[in-house]
Ligand binder design. Structure first.
Ligand code: FE2
Length: 199
């Protein structure tokens, strides 16, 4: 029997529904749009990505928000530990990798608000880990899925730039490259894919 390294769709939906009232906010709607974008891209990937896995990983990438408001470092580590405790290492990994698309800790935009040692813990994890297409997919979909629905990635990055006062050029370029990577994988306009338009 193969080990299940991420939850079923039903369980993932239950985890998010359970989490939302602990910390109500736009993050839950954002998570659902990220999941739908990831699922659609996976469906259009010619069998390279599993749509169900993509959906589940998207749904749970910000699950650490369950544990409190306004924590940037905390939301990643809490999500990672929570899903590791549940026995879902593939979903846990995404909680950490989704903010580090350049693999350079300095390009993370959030506040450096972790407890002593937490940032170092994340940096060591990121340095040691190999990204696969699921890590890349959720990094991209984090930019495609706003709380209201699908967005142009440049608009979403610009919004983040305004909220945080900066957006590292390397991270911007990495997201544009991820968009091109998955567009090439799908072989057609990626915005049409995530809007659910027929090929
Ligand atoms: Fe997110």
């Amino acid at each position: 029997m193969h080990e299940k390294r991420y939850p079923s769709v039903r369980e993932a939906e239950e985890l998010l529904a359970e989490a939302e009232p602990h910390n109500p906010g736009p993050w839950a709607a954002h998570s659902r749009h990220v999941a739908l974008c990831a699922e659609k891209i996976a469906r259009a990937s010619g069998g390279r990505l599993d749509p169900e896995k993509a959906y589940v990983l998207g749904l749970l990438h910000d699950i650490g928000r369950r544990f409190g408001k306004g924590q940037h470092i905390g939301h990643m580590l809490c999500g990672y530990r929570y899903l590791m405790d549940l026995g879902y290492p593939d979903a846990a990994k995404i909680c950490l990798t989704h903010s580090y698309n350049t693999k350079r800790p300095g390009d993370d935009i959030g506040k450096h608000d972790g407890l002593p040692g937490e940032e170092e813990e994340i940096d060591a994890f990121i340095a040691a880990c190999e990204y696969d297409d699921y890590d890349r997919l959720i990094q991209l979909c984090d930019c495609l899925g706003g709380a209201e629905g699908v967005m142009k990635i440049e608009d979403r990055m610009e919004g983040v730039r305004q909220r945080y006062g900066q957006y590292p050029q390397a991270k911007w370029d990495a997201n544009v490259a991820l968009f091109a990577y998955f567009e090439a994988m799908c072989g057609r306009d990626l915005y049409a894919v995530v809007r659910g338009e027929e090929a």
